[in-house]
Design a binder for this molecule. Sequence first.
Ligand SMILES: Nc1ncnc2c1ncn2[C@@H]1O[C@H](COP(=O)(O)OP(=O)(O)OP(=O)(O)O)[C@@H](O)[C@H]1O
Ligand SMILES: [Mg+2]
Length: 227
Amino acid sequence: MTTPIIQFIDVFKTYQSGSQPVTALEAVNLSLNAGDFATIMGPSGGGKTTLLNLLAGLDLPDRGQIILNGRKVSDFSDHELTLLRRKEIGIVFQFFNLMPTLTVMENIELPLLLAHSSRTDEKHINVLLEYVGLLHRSDSFPAELSGGEMQRVAIARALVHQPSILLADEPTGNLDSDNGLKILDLMKQASTDFGTTVIMVTHNPQVAKFGNCHYEIRDGKLTNKIP
Ligand SMILES: Nc1ncnc2c1ncn2[C@@H]1O[C@H](COP(=O)(O)OP(=O)(O)OP(=O)(O)O)[C@@H](O)[C@H]1O
Ligand SMILES: [Mg+2]
């Protein structure tokens, strides 16, 4: 049996909002294998972003275990958590989050520079630019690109470390359906080409069809949906 790349075991997360505790995740169990493309749907405030934040090591659960590639995240040192965030996990946001003063090429290169990686060679970035169909725009600035192009830059940036996990929070929420389809195709391709495990949050049932396993999260409770 293969070890799941991601496991949540009875995970709870509560935030304090003023004097009121807000339960964001309650008894969440999840198991995903390498190359899975999981979709997460559910109402606003249901806990979707909280789940992604815990997965990215940006926040810790109050109770329960998160196990990545067979290792408990709670056993990671601060240094290992930093490496996890920088190298093992790529994130694509709804609003692209590109640096406006850097070119397309420099935006993609940025995570490598931050991680002091030796792989800052132009060839590696060019391969990624070609992968997302933007080789001809490498010297453009984000403001000169369409929304779909900006999101493709964001995907190239998220893939620059060849992460084992790609997290996407409403990646097509700000795109028309043609551009949205291109983004979904690219993420699907990453999961098949590189064995990247993709977890995508979406409000759109059509978009969710791109996944091979489907979840809903409501009032912090995660349920597996049969497609
Ligand atoms: N930092 C925080 N402090 C207090 N409460 C928080 C915090 N972050 C999230 N919450 C609360 O936790 C619950 C889950 O929030 P979360 O952001 O995970 O929802 P979501 O499913 O991503 O919603 P949306 O679809 O609107 O993005 C909500 O009730 C939210 O108000
Ligand atoms: Mg959210």
